[in-house]
Design a protein around this ligand. Structure first.
Ligand code: CP
Ligand code: NVA
Length: 303
């Protein structure tokens, strides 16, 4: 049966461990110049409804390094944008390519694709989740701290798609996540409930300084996600106390590290000083999109 990766909880704890171990191996092989063309002859279609830098580059380069090919498709240039049904696009595309990665406004678009596609479908970011980002973040935390289960992770800012996936990931990793958001910008309640019901340790707070107390990792993201632009003025006001700056970082563990999925808005959710400082892991995190997604592709596609 084909496997999809639409939510971070589409994989088990054991599968996550396997993907992270494979990613570490692929990273070593790449750095040592050892070829790893496990997906020769395969094609990944990448459909983008929204902009992307890292997801686009890392999937395309990753597929090339695995010996396969990646096909960039701007949704605006597809018949889908003129009203062709998702189920028809999904079935036709399944006859040409080996897997599909989609970045869509609505999570339900990706679910609909997966329902009708006969090949694996990967969520490259939706309004609800960013599971590929979490693979890279988990790899980055594991590389830096060695083990995950005893980490205290703090999220500061908008309870958005990346935050939702971070919350769900508590079920697979054992770290606990404390979230600080303004009222009305909390993560999806259903995801918080689901994570808790499955044993995840999730705490929701208001004040950033409470959330980061003793934290090993501080994670943040834009205040204005793609699709939220109409709320820009309001959001700039609501989030102004939610900047990850040096005084906030000082309240965390002295060994704390900072993650940001990027793109960053220096002076808004994170300061330039924190981005460029010694506690920032953002460039390793960005690089790890490549290794983690290659491991995912191998898991979904290797015969
Ligand atoms: N972090 C991330 O998904 O970046 P892009 O929007 O550039 O793909
Ligand atoms: N939360 C951001 C992440 C971008 C990678 C957005 O959805 O725009």
């Amino acid at each position: 049966m084909k496997k999809d990766f639409i939510s971070i909880l589409d994989i088990s704890k054991e599968e996550l461990e396997g993907i992270i171990a494979e990613a570490e191996k692929l990273k070593r092989q790449k750095k040592a110049g050892v070829p790893h063309t496990f997906l020769a002859g395969m094609t990944l279609a990448m459909i983008f409804e929204k902009a992307s830098t890292r997801t686009h580059i890392s999937f395309e380069v990753g597929m090339n390094e695995l010996g396969g090919h990646a096909l960039f498709l701007n949704a605006r240039d597809m018949q889908i944008w003129r009203g062709e049904e998702i189920r028809d696009t999904a079935r036709a595309a399944s006859r040409y390519v080996s897997a599909i990665m989609i970045r869509a406004y609505k999570h339900s678009t990706i679910e609909e694709f997966a329902k009708y596609a006969t090949i694996p479908v990967i969520n490259g970011l939706s309004d609800l989740e960013h599971p590929c980002q979490l693979l890279a973040d988990i790899l980055t935390m594991k590389e830096h701290f060695g083990s995950l289960s005893d980490l205290k992770v703090a999220w500061v800012g908008d309870g958005n798609n990346v935050c939702n996936s971070l919350i769900l990931s508590t079920v697979l990793t054992g770290y606990d996540v404390t979230v600080a958001t303004p009222k009305g910008y909390e993560p999806e309640e259903a995801f918080v409930k689901k994570a808790r019901a499955l044993g995840g340790k999730v705490t929701l707070l208001r004040k950033p300084e409470d959330a980061v107390k003793d934290a090993d990792v501080i994670v943040t993201d834009t205040w204005i996600s793609m699709g939220d632009d109409a709320e820009k003025d309001m959001r700039m006001k609501v989030f102004k106390e939610y900047t990850v700056d040096v005084p906030l970082l000082r309240r965390a563990s002295p060994e704390a590290r900072v993650l940001h999925c990027l793109p960053a808005h220096r002076g808004q959710e994170i300061t330039d000083e924190v981005m460029e400082g010694g506690q920032s892991l953002v460039w390793d995190e960005a690089e790890n999109r490549l290794h983690a997604q290659k491991a995912l592709l191998v898991r979904l596609l290797r015969k």
